[in-house]
Design a protein around this ligand. Sequence first.
Ligand code: TIH
Ligand code: FE2
Length: 302
Amino acid sequence: MFEEAQYFAPLRERADGTLAVELGRGHPGFADADYRARRDTLATLAAAWRPGMPVPTADYTDAEHAVWAAVSAALVPLHRSHACREFLEGKEILGLPHDHIPQLAEVSATLRPLTAFTYRPAAGLVPLDLFYGSLAERIFHSTQYVRHHSVPLYTPEPDVIHEVIGHGTTLAHPRFTALYELAGAAARRVSTPEALEFISKVFWFTLEFGVVWQGGELKAYGAGILSSPGETAEFRDIAIRPLDLVAMGTTSYDITAYQPLLYAAESFSHVEDVVGGFWATCTDASIADLTARSAAGLRTPA
Ligand code: TIH
Ligand code: FE2
């Protein structure tokens, strides 16, 4: 999940204590009463979670499992041809089921001996400082609902398919989790909203939507690309710029459409050096300095 404040459907508490998810008019499930009832049930379930409790079990319907199965099947050949090596290694290690949605608790149990990352249920909007800061403790806040069946190949908001097939695959690989933890430590270190926003935008253009050159081909490593068969099939056709911290940290983006612009690293270790190195050391002051350079039209050396 990412930049929650910008795209998470707001939640409203009803008099009986249950939650209503207020989907916008443009949401694919807006006019589907059954879908809205499912969203409300799963949000209410997640909101009842308290520290120390296991992640609640979402009793997915056959129709929801079928959406997962369709996306999972579509992604098999697309990942093989368009995902970076490290993502494919994570996919192999994690061994997700193709025919049904695994519970977040099950995926957490698989991740425990691998990288010790754990999922925590998110009813909806998770404040940025909580979402990013938790990564420092290897905690990943995750939605549990499934995208609407009418849009299996691309959904404008994160769902359990994005959280598990996109992020979970990377949370199984220590080279990725080192980056998540560094992003978390960076979020904990800074204190201004501007610095947190910069860190979150760098996260967006890397761990969510990053691409990398491998063997002369452009491959994706970002969870937001690789959970969408539609965007995975098309990201090579858009504008690609070289990795650039200042540009990534200051460029606005629309989460509800295919990205028009991506930043490509020269190798996975280039991501580790530039982005990991930035998160490892950034402070309010260093980020303010980078932002000032952007205003002055300068760029960081790659
Ligand atoms: N567009 C992604 C998908 O279809 O899987 C989900 C999202 C990731 C990040 C923002 S929305
Ligand atoms: Fe995400």
